[in-house]
Design a protein around this ligand. Sequence first.
Ligand code: TXA
Ligand code: MG
Length: 357
Amino acid sequence: MKRTRILSIDSSNIENHGISEAADIIRHAGTVVFPTETVYGIGASIDSVEGIKGIFKAKGRPTDNPLIVHISSIEMMMTLVADPLSEKVRRLIHTFWPGPLTLILKKSAIVSQDVTANLDTVAIRYPKHPIALALIEKANVPIAAPSANISGRSSSTRFQHAFDDLDGRVDAIIHSEDSEIGLESTVLDVSRDVPVLLRPGFITKEQIEQVIGKVDIPSTSEASSAKPMSPGMKYAHYAPKAPMYLVMGETSGMVERINEEIASCDRNLKIGVLCCDETLDAYRHEATFVQSLGSRFDLSAVASRLFSTLRTFDDFNVDLIFCESFEERGIGVALMNRLVKASGNRIIRVETRTERE
Ligand code: TXA
Ligand code: MG
């Protein structure tokens, strides 16, 4: 067990000792949980083998799953990459950085194999969050950081969740506000001729295509292959403790189906439902624990609440969860990607009325 320091830092007033202390820990081979605009991260210096090993150990993360390296300037980024930046990459950087877009590029020799899990590429992210930036600047070294959760659980979007998972396992946790976006960054592999979207996020495929033209997505067979393009694809993710069924279809059909499923369950089971404001009332009589993610007409808000709400089902010890699906448009693509993973592919498709006729 480590003695974990809790450092309170307000992002609107970060000129305090907390950042210096956190940066010192990073420089001396330690691990620090810090906020970003997407989710909280658990960081260590890319120059410290001990620090990097500490990340994998704290999370219980398989060592063949590489880390994202966080930078605070383009100058810092240039030390990490093998080749001059292509026109496409320069345009992406100009449009989306700092922000929730991670770019995969051929790596330089200074990035160790421990960080990249022996790949010849490195994932690079220039975060927008003022505390993340201040920490990297003060430590004066790129910081490798995966999401601040025990491997397999939902990413932490608030201090309390990072604390629940990692107290006693890291050297420090920065106590700050909830993450604004709430889903992890978009990951784009730009090391190939046609860039490949490895993980959907707040920055959408359409937004990227407007800047650089065609972007591929990995095929379903690729995503489930033994050696996928992004090692993280093959691992279970975001899973609540209870099995979760994701119900897909039009809203009224989903509500009807979920209530039918609940009615046919053993009366002694504690049933959870993850839904939206528009349907919340429809489940009150049947389910034990009903949580809304917000209005289904505000997908950004729904996305920002997803991970923290998923964790409440664990706290409530439900036996089974039914979850509504959301429109796969804009950030809805990333939202549904996380829901499919959280459900471990337990999907119930409800036919629409016209399909039934
Ligand atoms: O928003 C985010 O990206 C957060 C915050 C903390 O910045 N970080 C994050 O890291 O989500 P993590 O480790 O939970 O997810 C990184 C993903 C994994 O799926 C990993 O396999 C993939 O990026 N990845 C990292 N390096 C890669 C590489 N060289 N090639 C392909 N995929 C890579
Ligand atoms: Mg993660």
